[in-house]
Write a protein that binds this ligand. Structure first.
Ligand SMILES: Nc1ncnc2c1ncn2[C@@H]1O[C@H](COP(=O)(O)OP(=O)(O)OP(=O)(O)O)[C@@H](O)[C@H]1O
Ligand SMILES: [Mg+2]
Length: 297
């Protein structure tokens, strides 16, 4: 399957334990690690599994470009429940939330964070009454300041049970954003580490139909530091080179340059080196389209 999760048994186990705990003990699980290492893949699987169990899931995916957008994450988080939630709120909370989420015109100062946090708390508790609730936040380091303040206030006051927080964060910050470590005494920080050579092999085969001779594969794995995003970008560049087969030295594609620069700014020079080294080692083979669906690996 093209989108299967390769490896990650321990991460999946952590997800299972987290989900078991949601109905009983207000757990928090945070996947952390470098850009492209596979945090979001695990997070998405957690969201899927939670829904499969019949839990309510509120999701928000923060992005760097929305870092300055007021209430961006809160709006994202509430998108799926706002219609049913608003009529149940006290009028003052309802108005505050409507103003924050630009549902209602308003000229004055923005609503107070405490009022919004209380509104959010009411929504969250109402959701958790019906079924266990997972608040799922991808890339918490990019939650906009206004949302972060509200969330910080909210997670500290989340009472009762049947609520869990599932998050991802870039890097290994000493302190977690939105004070998750203070709000959840038992927060579990799960480091997402590199994939094995065999896993990278399966990834390149499954996603690109690319099979590399062992020494080339090892070199790709080594340079990518077992990072799947990075390995896939190298793989794509190799595929492009093979398809062109014009013998000329293929420059690093623009898409790769841009994405790698954004996600792994420390490493592009090494990618270039690898491409040259890999090209010199052997001719990689690319299986025709369709072969990737055979489920091999
Ligand atoms: N275990 C895995 N199995 C299959 N594909 C994976 C796996 N881990 C990561 N990938 C693929 O690698 C790429 C990067 O993964 P992902 O987006 O989850 O990284 P990330 O850690 O969230 O990065 P960022 O910090 O930039 O958000 C994606 O294309 C994803 O599909
Ligand atoms: Mg991610």
């Amino acid at each position: 399957m093209a989108n299967e999760i390769i490896g990650r048994q321990e991460g999946l186990l952590a997800l299972g334990e987290f989900l078991d705990a949601v109905p009983v003990s207000r757990p928090a699980l945070v996947f952390e690690g470098e850009a492209g290492i596979g945090k979001t893949v695990l997070w998405q699987e957690g969201v899927r599994l939670a829904r499969e169990r019949g839990f309510r899931v509120l999701t928000a995916r923060a992005t760097q470009s929305e870092l300055q957008v007021a209430f961006a994450t809160i709006g994202d988080l509430l998108a799926s429940v706002i219609e049913e939630a608003l009529p149940q709120l006290a009028p003052i909370q309802r108005r505050a939330l409507e103003v924050a989420l630009l549902i209602r015109e308003h000229d004055g100062p923005p609503p107070e964070a405490r009022l919004l946090a209380a509104a959010l708390l009411s929504v969250v508790h109402a959701c958790a009454q019906e079924e266990p609730l997972v608040i799922a936040l991808d890339d918490v380091q990019w939650v906009d300041t206004t949302s972060a303040e509200i969330l910080r206030f909210m997670v500290r006051r989340m009472a009762g049970e049947r609520i869990g927080v599932l998050a991802t964060v870039r890097g290994r910050p000493a302190k977690l954003p939105i004070e998750l470590d203070r709000a959840f005494a038992g927060v579990r920080r799960f480091p997402v580490e590199q994939l094995s050579v065999a896993a990278i092999h399966r990834l390149l085969w499954g996603r690109l139909g690319l099979t590399l001779p062992r020494p080339v594969l090892t070199r790709v794995h080594e340079t990518a530091g077992g990072n799947p995003f990075f390995a896939l970008e190298v793989g794509r560049a190799l595929v492009e080179r093979t398809i062109r087969a014009d013998g000329a030295d293929v420059p690093l594609p623009e898409s790769l340059r841009a994405v790698v620069a954004e996600r792994l700014s420390a490493l592009p020079a090494r990618v270039q080196e690898t491409l040259v080294a890999v090209a010199a080692l052997a001719t990689p083979s690319v299986t025709p389209a369709g072969a990737a669906d055979t489920g091999r690996g």
